[in-house]
Design a protein around this ligand. Structure first.
Ligand SMILES: [Cu+2]
Length: 158
C-alpha cells in the first residue's frame, strides 16, 4: 500500500513534534516565589519537568539563596561544603540532565521551614544542548536512537 505524501508528513510530524517541544520556564512557587513556609512538593505535584526546561528562583536578594544538593543533604537540610550558592534573587537553572534534582535555601532554618524543592526531570528525545546532528531519515530509527544506533552499528561491523 502506497502512502500519500500528506500521510507521510503527518506521520513525521507525529513522531517528531513532541521532541521539539519548546523549553518552558518554571517560576518556582509561582507568585509565592522562593520562600520558607511554602509547600513545594504540592507545587510540583501537577508539573512535569523536561530536559531543557528552566527553573527560575525568585526572591528578595539577601533574604534567601539557592543551593543544589543531593538527596541526603536535602533530607537533612545541610549545606555541603563547597556548595555553589546562587544569590541573584532571579536565579535561572537550566535542567540539563534527566533525573532527580534537589534544591534548598542555605539560610539557617529556611530549609527546615519548607524552603526545599525536589523534582524529577524527564529525558527529552532530542536534548536541545546537543549540537545539530544530521537529520535522521524518517524511515529508519525512531527518535531517541539517533547517535546511539550508528555507534552500536559501528561496533558491530568493526
Ligand atoms: Cu531562604
Amino acid at each position: 500500500m502506497a502512502l500519500s505524501p500528506l500521510t507521510i508528513l503527518v506521520l513525521i510530524a507525529t513522531i517528531f513534534l513532541p521532541s521539539i517541544a519548546v523549553a518552558r520556564d518554571f517560576v518556582v512557587g509561582d507568585d509565592h516565589g522562593w520562600t520558607e513556609g511554602f509547600d513545594y512538593s504540592t507545587w510540583t505535584a501537577d508539573k512535569t519537568f523536561q530536559v531543557g526546561d528552566v527553573l527560575v528562583f525568585k526572591y528578595v536578594v539577601g533574604e534567601h539563596n539557592v543551593i543544589k544538593v543531593n538527596g541526603t543533604a536535602f533530607r537533612s537540610c545541610t549545606v555541603p561544603p563547597e556548595s555553589e550558592v546562587l544569590t541573584t534573587g532571579n536565579d535561572r537553572i537550566v535542567l540539563a540532565t534527566p533525573g532527580r534534582k534537589w534544591y534548598i535555601c542555605g539560610v539557617t532554618g529556611h530549609c527546615n521551614a519548607g524552603q526545599k524543592l525536589f523534582i524529577t526531570v524527564q529525558a527529552q528525545t532530542l536534548p536541545p544542548t546537543l549540537p545539530p546532528a544530521p537529520a535522521p531519515s524518517p524511515f529508519q530509527d525512531g527518535p531517541g536512537f539517533d547517535g546511539w544506533v550508528p555507534k552500536k552499528l559501528l561496533t558491530i561491523f568493526h
